[in-house]
Ligand binder design. Structure first.
Ligand SMILES: Cc1ncc(C[n+]2csc(CCOP(=O)(O)OP(=O)(O)O)c2C)c(N)n1
Ligand code: SF4
Ligand SMILES: [Mg+2]
Length: 297
């Protein structure tokens, strides 16, 4: 059931805001971190007057987390495993006025779909990708994922603990020059809401690693509770080397915005290129006159 909630507009007048609840109740296991992330994302959307349900779409991957497309009351597309990002890029470039949110798991985003991230980063589309990272394949019953710690024996492979080193998604995203890189934790919902808002407001490709314990196949609540800390107040997210240093500190699970940079978005660049090819780009009077004279000589 969907309801509306009352918020205060900047004018001080109460405004009815849609609560961004989908029509389907989540079927996640009790205690799954995805519940807290879903609620934090809904709060973020509610607090952003510029985000309306009719101009917002969630493109999700396949996995427990991928179900989120059905649980948010906006347009949704539950795509193919590992292909949420290219699908979202197509949607965004076809209709740049949409708020495009991409969501999926660590397996979906960093394993089968991992090759799409650097190319999205190069293009810098104005969209937000939230990776629900439980360090396990939840939907398919507990196989180890690209972020599982070395030595973790998934429930489906109890005699064969992971031999591989885990990926470091934050270091990878910073190396790819993703223009907004952040980490949040399901156990810190207020910070999550705040950072998701900033990610959506960021004019460019924003990726948020959202740590989400899987109570059924890899319950990390106690472990992560000891590891999480918020980035210090004087931390400078425009300093890329400092961002690397924090990302490489794997003893602490730092939460916050690691890195942000503003540069032209793919939509802006496409629009400029198209205008240039059509010959209707915005030119100064001097430039128009120069081109007119050139056309006579
Ligand atoms: C092409 C393809 N390969 C494999 C699968 C099987 N599969 C479905 S979900 C999934 C992994 C889910 O893990 P993750 O992305 O971390 O999501 P979670 O369930 O943990 O939220 C896999 C391997 C599939 N659906 N399609
Ligand atoms: S299997 Fe894990 S990730 Fe999937 S719904 Fe259950 S607790 Fe959540
Ligand atoms: Mg997972």
């Amino acid at each position: 059931m969907t309801t509306t909630v009352t918020t205060e507009k900047t004018t001080g007048q109460p405004e009815e805001r849609f609560d961004f609840k989908g029509m389907i109740e989540p079927v996640w296991c009790p205690g799954c971190g995805d519940f807290a992330l879903l609620n934090a994302i809904r709060s973020a959307l509610r607090q952003m007057p510029e985000v309306e349900r009719q101009n917002t779409i969630v493109i999700s991957g396949i996995g427990c987390s991928g179900r989120v497309a059905a649980y948010l009351g906006v347009y949704g597309f539950h795509g193919v495993h590992g292909r949420a990002l290219p699908t979202a890029l197509g949607v965004k470039e076809a209709n740049p006025s949409l708020n495009v949110l991409v969501m999926g798991g660590d397996g979906d985003g960093f394993s089968i779909g991992g090759g799409h991230i650097p190319h999205a980063a190069r293009r810098n589309p104005n969209m937000t990708y939230i990776v629900f990272d439980n360090e396990i394949y939840g939907l398919t019953k507990g196989q180890v994922s690209p972020t599982s710690p070395k030595g973790l024996a998934g429930k489906s492979t109890p005699e064969w603990p992971a031999l591989e080193e885990p990926l470091n998604p934050l270091a990878m995203l910073i190396a790819y020059n993703v223009s907004f890189v952040a980490r949040v934790y399901a156990g810190s919902p207020k910070t999550t809401t705040q950072i998701v808002k900033e990610a959506i407001a960021h004019p460019g490709f924003a990726v948020v690693q959202a740590m989400s314990p899987c109570t059924t196949f890899y319950n990390t609540y106690k472990l992560w509770a000891k590891q999480v800390r918020t980035l210090p107040e004087d931390y400078d997210p425009t300093d890329r080397m400092a961002a690397f240093a924090r990302a490489l500190d794997t003893e602490t699970m730092w939460l916050g915005i690691f890195y942000r940079e503003e540069r032209p978005t793919y939509e802006e660049m496409i629009a400029q290129q198209a205008a240039r090819l059509r010959g209707d780009e915005e030119l100064s009077d001097d430039e128009r006159l120069r081109r007119l004279i050139d056309s006579f000589v």
